[in-house]
Design a protein around this ligand. Structure first.
Ligand code: GDP
Ligand code: MN
Length: 387
C-alpha cells in the first residue's frame, strides 16, 4: 500500500524527522478558514500516488492568497497525469499546502529492503530533487548504498559515511543521524518496503528537512498494520486490481497477446501459457483464481479478463483440487448470462466435482466449447482467437 505524502509526513513527525508545516484540504471552501495562517511562499502540492508531480504541473509555488486560490481551483477535482500514472492519470482529491522552505541544497535519501543481503539499505545521493533512476544511469558513483543489519540497527559510523557522501557540513551530522534513526525505526515498525525522501533539503540556515516523502507498506503486513491500512486511499488504485482483491483473487497478470486465461495455481498458469505458445498463440493475461469457491468470484474474475480489450478469446483451464470445478462452471454460466463475457470461450475442467461441472455447462444454454485435454483446449482456443 502506498501512502500520500501528507500521511507519510505525519508518520515521520512521530519519529523526529523534520518536515515543513502544512495543512491538508479536500475542498475549495476550506481555504477561507485557513487564509490567516498561510505564509508566503506557500507550496501547493497535489496528493496523488505518483512521483514526478512537479514536472507534471502538480506542484506550484504561490506567492499570495489569490495564487493559492487559483492553483487549488485549477487542480482540485481534476486528474494529474505524470509519466508514472499512464494516460488516465490519478484523481486529485486532496491538496497539501505547505510553508515554502528556503532550499539551499536538494539531497536524496531512501531506505528499502535489499533482497540480496536480506536487510534494509539506505540509498543516498547528493544529487537530489531529480529522478534518481536518471542519476543511477548517468553517474552511478553518485549513489551510496549502506546495508543496515536489521537486528543491530544504524551504527554511528554509518551515518557519518552517509553524511560525508552527501557532502554535508560536520555541524549538520547530528541532524542527519537523527533523521536516519527515525527513518530506520519508521521503516521497521510500519513494515515498510520503501521510504524515499526526495528532496531532503538543507535550508539556508542549516536545517535538514524532508520536503517530499514516498512511503510504501508491505501488503503482506496488512493484518498487523491495521491502523495504517485504515488510511488507505483506494481512489488512487487500479479498479481492476481492487476488484480482484475484493474477490480474493490472488494474481492477475497482464501480458501482450490476445488470449485471456482463467486458471488456478501458479504452476498450471505457467503450463497453460506454454501450451498456448506451443499451439501458436499468445496469452493476453492470466488470472489465478486460487481456491475462491464462490460463483461471484468467478464472475468478477471473468469480468477482469474480459474487460481487457486485447482479449479475443478466453481459455478457462481448471484442475480442481480445493477449487471446485462445479463452482467454476456455475460462475461461468452466470457471467455469460449477465453479459460479462462476449469473447468465445474454451473450457477444460478436471478434478473435483468434474461431472457436476460438465453437467452444469451442458444444461445451460450459453455458448462455449468444451475441451477434454489440456493440449486440445490450447489448440482450440488459439484457433478461435485467430478467427
Ligand atoms: P515530486 O515532483 O512529485 O517529486 O514532488 P516534490 O515534492 O519533490 O516537488 C518537486 C520540486 O518542487 C522539489 O524538488 C523542489 O525543487 C520544489 N519544491 C518542493 N517544495 C518546495 C518548497 O518548499 N520551496 C521551494 N522553493 N521549492 C519546493
Ligand atoms: Mn520528489
Amino acid at each position: 500500500m502506498k501512502l500520500h505524502e501528507y500521511q507519510a509526513k505525519n508518520i515521520l513527525k512521530d519519529y523526529d524527522v523534520d518536515v515543513p508545516n502544512g495543512i491538508v484540504i479536500n475542498d475549495f471552501n476550506e481555504l477561507v478558514n485557513i487564509e490567516k495562517v498561510l505564509t508566503y511562499p506557500t507550496v501547493v502540492k497535489t496528493q496523488v500516488h505518483s512521483g514526478a508531480r512537479g514536472k507534471a504541473g502538480g506542484i506550484k509555488l504561490a506567492s499570495n492568497f489569490q495564487e493559492v486560490k487559483d492553483f487549488v481551483k485549477s487542480l482540485l477535482g481534476k486528474k494529474l497525469v505524470t509519466h508514472q500514472t499512464g494516460d488516465k492519470g490519478l484523481p486529485i482529491n486532496t491538496i497539501l499546502l505547505e510553508e515554502g522552505i528556503d532550499i539551499q541544497t536538494e539531497l536524496y535519501l531512501a531506505i528499502t529492503i535489499d533482497g540480496s543481503v536480506s536487510n534494509p539499505i539506505f540509498i543516498s545521493s547528493s544529487q537530489g530533487g531529480m529522478d534518481i533512476e536518471a542519476v543511477a544511469d548517468k553517474d552511478p558513483n553518485a549513489i551510496l548504498k549502506t546495508t543496515i543489519n536489521a537486528d543491530i540497527g544504524l551504527m554511528s559510523f554509518q551515518s557519518q559515511e552517509i553524511g560525508e557522501q552527501l557532502g554535508l557540513h560536520k555541524e549538520i551530522f547530528p541532524q542527519l543521524h537523527k533523521i536516519l534513526t527515525g527513518l530506520f525505526n519508521a521503516f521497521i515498525n510500519s513494515d515498510s518496503s520503501l521510504i524515499e525522501i526526495n528532496p531532503l533539503v538543507v535550508t539556508g540556515d542549516g536545517q535538514l528537512i524532508a520536503a517530499d516523502t514516498k512511503f510504501s507498506i508491505d501488503d503482506n503486513a496488512a493484518f498487523r498494520q491495521q491502523e495504517i491500512f485504515e488510511i488507505r486511499d483506494k481512489t488512487q488504485e487500479d479498479e481492476l486490481e481492487l476488484l480482484a482483491e475484493d474477490n480474493g483473487i490472488q494474481n492477475y497478470i497482464k501480458l501482450d497477446g490476445n488470449i485471456g486465461c482463467l486458471v488456478n495455481g501458479a504452476g498450471l498458469a505457467m503450463a497453460t501459457m506454454d501450451a498456448i505458445k506451443f499451439s501458436g498463440g499468445s496469452p493476453a493475461n492470466f488470472l489465478d483464481i486460487g481456491t475462491a469457491n464462490n460463483p461471484d468470484s468467478v464472475v468478477a474474475a471473468l469480468k477482469i479478463i474480459a474487460s481487457d480489450t486485447d482479449v479475443k478469446a478466453i481459455f478457462i483451464n481448471i484442475f480442481g483440487g480445493l477449487a471446485r470445478t462445479d463452482i467454476i462452471a456455475e460462475g461461468f454460466v452466470k457471467a455469460k448470462k449477465e453479459g460479462v463475457i462476449k469473447q468465445p470461450t474454451v473450457i477444460r475442467l478436471a478434478g473435483t466435482n468434474v461431472e457436476d461441472g460438465k453437467r452444469i455447462l451442458n444444461e445451460s444454454n450459453v455458448e462455449f466449447e468444451l475441451a477434454d485435454g489440456f493440449a486440445e483446449g490450447a489448440d482450440l482456443v488459439v484457433k478461435v482467437s485467430s478467427k
